[in-house]
Design a protein around this ligand. Structure first.
Ligand SMILES: *[C@@H]1O[C@H](CO)[C@@H](O)[C@H](O)[C@H]1NC(C)=O
Ligand SMILES: *[C@@H]1O[C@H](CO)[C@@H](O)[C@H](O)[C@H]1NC(C)=O
Length: 257
């Protein structure tokens, strides 16, 4: 019995493929003082590490965009943020291309680099990321309560392979599937749910999943046919309705302020 047990452990260690579960925090996206009318203001953040040794950053896992960015030394924000220090990393690769990133709520200018990125037990190497340098004065991205954004969208809208693509090409996930479990914001902040790389976790859902093709040809986020939609007899959308598969929309809360 003992021998068998050891063998099984060894096999799974060698293959290196596991379901990787990252705890998410449900947090208000912007600092105190800006009241939002409802819970649209809450978003889900988790922690990743960049560099060797790892430097920790809180990020939104955002299926609606495809780039990874974290603040660089020159980044200006209203709250102290973690800033990436390339001089302290032995795995830093300087690329130097200028990059502009645009979100529904803001934009930033940065520099492209590559690094080792650790997400839970998964380590990927030579992953492109953007060292954020600046955003326009007054931009919402200066006020956010997390450090950066990890885009989980497709390569179609990114100039470089995404983190998720690298996880798959480096064979780091059990299945080419990730799932996000978002818990209601009434639950404790550090129990906002989980993002699971490599598959599904049975206790996080009831019933069967329905699988739909995503349209990833347009701009981010990916969309899928949805509807028709009516509320209390009022038609919201009757034909050609689409919904966005977007886990981290920054646009809505900012528009509603
Ligand atoms: C930087 O990355 C881009 C995108 O992959 C690539 O085209 C370019 O050659 C790279 N430049 C350097 C100096 O590594
Ligand atoms: C979530 O928030 C709690 C309390 O602020 C903190 O201790 C914990 O490290 C956070 N977890 C993540 C994954 O950011």
């Amino acid at each position: 019995m003992m021998k068998l047990y050891v063998l099984v452990l060894l096999l799974s260690a060698v293959s290196g493929k596991a379901l990787v579960r990252i705890t998410l925090n449900s947090t208000e996206i912007i600092p105190d003082g800006v009241r939002l009318t409802n819970d649209d203001g809450r978003r889900y953040i988790g922690t990743i590490e960049l560099g060797t040794p790892g430097q920790a950053f809180t990020v939104i896992f955002d299926s609606g965009s495809s780039d990874l960015w974290v603040p660089g030394p020159k980044w200006v924000s209203t709250k102290p943020r973690q800033k990436f220090d390339s001089s302290k990393s032995s795995s830093f690769y300087y690329n130097g291309s200028d990059v502009n990133l645009y979100y529904g709520s803001g934009s930033l200018t940065g520099i492209l680099h590559a690094e080792t990125v650790k997400i839970g037990d998964i380590t990927i190497t030579n992953q492109f990321f953007v060292e954020a340098v600046r955003s326009p004065i007054g931009d919402r991205l200066r006020e956010i309560r997390f450090d950066g954004i990890l885009g989980l969208g497709t390569d179609a809208v990114s100039r470089t392979p995404t983190v998720w693509t690298t996880m798959m090409t480096e064979g780091k996930v059990e299945k080419n599937m990730y799932s996000i479990w978002l818990r209601p914001s009434s639950i404790e902040a550090d129990d906002g749910g989980e993002i699971v790389f490599g598959g599904l976790v049975a206790e996080q859902f009831i019933g069967e999943h329905t699988y739909l093709d995503l349209d990833t040809t347009g701009s981010a986020p990916p969309i899928f046919p949805f509807g028709p939609i009516s509320v209390d007899g009022l038609d919201i959308c009757t034909a050609n309705c689409y919904a966005a598969a977007d886990s981290g929309p920054l646009t809505l809360p900012f528009v509603s302020i």
